[in-house]
Design a protein around this ligand. Structure first.
Ligand SMILES: C[S@@+](CC[C@H](N)C(=O)[O-])C[C@H]1O[C@@H](n2cnc3c(N)ncnc32)[C@H](O)[C@@H]1O
Length: 194
């Protein structure tokens, strides 16, 4: 992944490094933004990651989390029943992320559902899925995968333009260190009870 990023021609002012989000090699209060994309569900201990985000961010810094949640309507879940239990057990619930970051001292300021096209049409979706280049698809047994793909193949007859969509959540939290800051937006309803 680092090689891919280097090939994109990062400038000298960009430092690319590999490290665990649970032990980020950054000093305290030194970052303006932490952005994480599709990594939250891999964390062994999200509570530690949230505390580390708080540690490395300056006052008023932000953490932006982009991740699939178990509420997401993955196209695969309609064809592969075994995928549902993986989605439900391994992906965080939308509200859980808010709970973890509020406990670490963050104030939710924005939550957005992002609809992402996972394939431009059903034939491409079927082809992509058959490669099993996805950690959930890769973990299904052949007995679970093959019948699901057979029913998915029927979708190839669906007119191009009816694209499979997937929803991802984006949350933005402020790391202000003052409890009485009121400049942040009211948390969205689904995070307000966190
Ligand atoms: C599904 S990929 C997402 C890649 C990319 N960020 C994106 O949005 O396309 C998951 C990434 O999480 C990284 N990852 C997993 N556990 C991690 C951890 N504890 N700390 C930092 N990164 C982690 C993996 O190395 C992998 O690159």
């Amino acid at each position: 992944m680092l090689d891919q990023a280097r090939r994109k021609g990062a400038t000298d002012s960009v430092v690319l490094l590999r490290a665990s989000a649970q032990v980020p090699p950054f000093s305290d209060s030194n970052a303006d933004v932490v952005f994480m994309s599709m990594v939250y569900h891999h964390f062994a201990d999200p509570v530690v990651v949230a505390k580390e985000c708080r540690r490395v961010l300056r006052d008023g810094g932000h953490v932006c989390i982009r991740n699939s949640t178990c509420e997401a309507d993955f196209p695969h879940r309609h064809f592969l029943p075994a995928m549902r239990s993986l989605i439900e057990s391994e992906l965080p619930a939308r509200n859980d992320i808010g709970v973890v970051f509020r406990a670490a001292g963050f104030t939710p300021v924005l939550h957005e559902i992002v609809r992402q096209v996972v394939a431009p049409n059903w034939p491409t979706f079927v082809h992509k899925s058959s490669l099993r280049a996805d950690s959930f698809l890769a973990r299904l047994s052949n007995e679970d995968f093959s019948p699901g793909m057979a029913s998915c193949m029927l979708m190839v007859k669906v007119p191009i333009g009816m694209m499979p969509l997937q929803r991802k959540s984006i949350g933005l939290c402020s790391s202000s260190r003052f409890d009485n800051v009121t400049a942040t937006q009211a948390p969205p309803a689904e995070l307000a009870g966190a």
